[in-house]
Design a binder for this molecule. Structure first.
Ligand code: ADP
Length: 585
């Protein structure tokens, strides 16, 4: 069974001091299987006496020995499981700790790119796969390897001819299954895991999108990527099953044909008469051969489990390989909140062209600016780069005269708050959710932030006010309401730079007005960068930047841009038309 990489070697760095305990667990498990052979030997002796009819009085003692040895073997196995479980939990905890510590250092953009569902799956499931492997598969493998060895010795010792008859079909079956393993199988396992990851992350997106589905009367088919992920997995599963049919049928046929071989053997060996010894051995082999079959099947499947483990560890390593944001330990502080982009370019990993190229702009401290432009123009990317979701691939971004790469991550986060469209709330109380930005805040501060974020009406309708757990029975909030709570969070944080992504769609106009009001309150005296989707909200901005194809094509205030008669004025005219059309409609 060829597995490209040795799974245990890969686990080594997470073993801590538990390597020896894992080895002890495996030895105990293997030992328990060998000790169990004594029971099978005693059974043979009992059968021998029973058939010969001599020394029958010895049988009870033999029976007791058989049972006693079986109990000893079971105790050894339990001990083995204890060793491997303790080690497995330790390894899993090590892996999760390492992953979580690393994830905390990663650029925020990674979570968008990788999909939080995928990362969750690795932290949860891949480390879980490791736990299963060490706790269960390793001791089972030791048993599965020791059992056939012990049984083979017993079978060949009593009657090597019948022994061979039993063993040969099993070896043939094993050769069939060995042919299935190898690099192709490893590829299949990887594909399977990938498909599961994609379904998981697309599933999460779908669930998150349910409010949109309901509001706009869409169906599951609108979530093309989710549908495609399921279809892809279905066709893989069908193809994989088909490709495994023949080898599996051959394997199962070979190992289960032992009984046919035994019958044929019995017929052959009894052609000169039936000796009691032949009857004894035949009966005995019929009893113990299934044990051999079961052990061999387990051994065959353990190869698959090893591949799953190799794949899981590779996934963990892949996350660990993502470069954290460099933090040079600088203690420099930005002198104010002026934001300056100098010739900034950014290309997403694996993208063919730049999402931003040569963007230069200046946002003076305390000014309010808006990014507008067609979808895909680069508004979100620019805003995210300012919050250092990723590092620019060219040029530089400065806050208060300092390159943001020179500012300690914590310091930068203290200075910048962002409220995005899909405000994520945790399944905790409203107060906890608001307090995420300032854990030491008092209830009064939380209530004030909620009031300023226009959340009073939300609190009034909730049974336990700020102590209501979001997502608990009957407390589902609409997108606009969630966004207002997220604004309250930003209020409490009171960072001097605010990045806002205006929502594109609101289910009801009341919500829209409240969110707008909350935005206005939040932005007072702050440096505000707003990603604007509707032009009605930008006319008061100090400066408007029109972003198209990753470049700033126009800038100025509303009046200047309207007078200029360029892209902005065209967009504005179209916008007004659409508003009128909506009113008429
Ligand atoms: P806007 O906010 O103006 O709609 P974005 O900043 O989201 O525009 O996108 C700018 C460009 O970057 C688009 O061409 C978009 O396809 C691309 N882009 C955005 N996010 C990613 C991503 N995660 N990976 C690759 N390309 C992306």
């Amino acid at each position: 069974m060829k597995v490209k990489k040795n799974a245990l070697k890969m686990l080594k760095e997470y073993l801590g001091g538990f390597g020896k305990i894992v080895t002890l667990g495996r030895l105990l498990a293997g030992g328990s299987a060998l000790v169990a052979m004594v029971t099978y030997y005693e059974i043979w002796k009992i059968m021998d006496l029973a058939i010969s009819g001599e020394n029958l009085e010895k049988i009870p003692a033999m029976g007791r020995t058989a049972v006693g040895v079986m109990i000893l073997s079971m105790l050894m196995y339990v001990l083995a499981l204890m060793c491997t479980h303790v080690s497995a939990f330790h390894i899993q905890a090590n892996m999760r700790n390492k992953l979580m510590k690393h994830i905390l250092t990663l650029p925020l953009g990674v979570f968008d790119e990788e999909g939080s569902g995928k990362i969750r799956r690795v932290v949860n499931d891949s480390t879980g796969a490791t736990e299963t492997y060490v706790a269960h598969v390793l001791p089972d493998k030791a048993v599965a390897a020791a059992t056939p060895l012990g049984l083979a010795v017993l079978m060949l010792a009593f009657d090597w001819r019948i022994g061979l008859i039993c063993i040969i079909p099993i070896i043939i079956g094993f050769l069939f299954i060995a042919g299935m393993m190898g690099p192709k199988m490893q590829e299949s396992m990887k594909y399977y895991q990938n498909a599961m990851e994609t379904i998981s992350s697309e599933g999460v997106e779908y669930i998150r999108g349910i409010p949109v589905v309901k509001t706009f009367g869409q169906t599951v088919f609108s979530f093309k990527r989710f549908g495609a992920a399921i279809d892809d997995f279905t066709s893989w599963a069908i193809n994989y099953t088909k490709s495994m049919t023949k080898p599996m049928v051959r394997f199962m046929t070979a190992i289960n044909s032992v009984f046919v071989a035994l019958v044929a053997g019995a017929y052959f060996f009894s052609r000169n008469g039936v000796s009691p010894e032949l009857v004894l051995n035949m009966m005995y082999y019929i009893i113990i051969t299934p044990l051999l079959t079961v052990a061999m099947t387990k051994l065959a499947y353990s190869g698959e489990q090893e591949m799953t483990l190799v794949d899981a560890i590779e996934r963990v390593d892949k996350i660990l390989a993502i470069e954290p944001l460099n933090d040079n330990g600088s203690k420099l502080m930005p002198k104010d909140t002026t934001i300056e982009l100098e010739n900034v370019s950014y290309r997403y990993p694996n993208a063919k062209k730049d999402a931003l190229s040569g963007v230069s702009l200046k946002i003076p401290a305390h000014s309010h600016v808006a990014f507008v432009g067609p979808s895909g123009g680069g508004k979100t990317t620019t805003a995210q780069l300012i919050a250092r979701f990723f590092d620019v691939t060219g040029g530089s971004i400065k806050i208060g005269g300092l390159d943001i790469r020179e500012i300690k991550q914590e310091e930068l986060m203290k200075n910048v708050s962002f409220v995005f469209q899909d405000s994520h709330l945790l399944k905790r109380t409203i107060a906890d959710n608001v307090r995420l930005s300032k854990p030491e805040a008092s209830d009064e501060e939380v209530l004030y932030a909620l009031k300023m974020a226009q959340c009073t009406d939300i609190l009034e309708k909730l049974p336990e006010g700020i102590n209501t757990v979001i997502g608990s029975k009957g407390t589902y909030l609409s997108g606009g309401e969630c966004q207002r709570i997220a604004i309250a969070r930003a209020f409490l944080k009171n960072a001097p730079i605010i990045i806002l992504d205006e929502a594109t769609a609101f289910a009801d106009p009341d919500n829209e007005a409240s969110v707008q009001k909350a935005f206005e309150e939040l932005a007072k005296d702050k440096t505000l960068v707003m990603i604007a989707h509707r032009l009605s909200t930008v006319s008061n901005a100090d400066n408007i930047f029109v972003l198209e194809n990753g470049k700033v094509t126009e800038s100025g205030n509303h009046k200047e841009l309207m007078e200029k008669g360029g892209k902005y004025s065209t967009m504005y005219a179209e916008y007004e038309k659409s508003v009128k059309w909506k009113v008429v409609a």
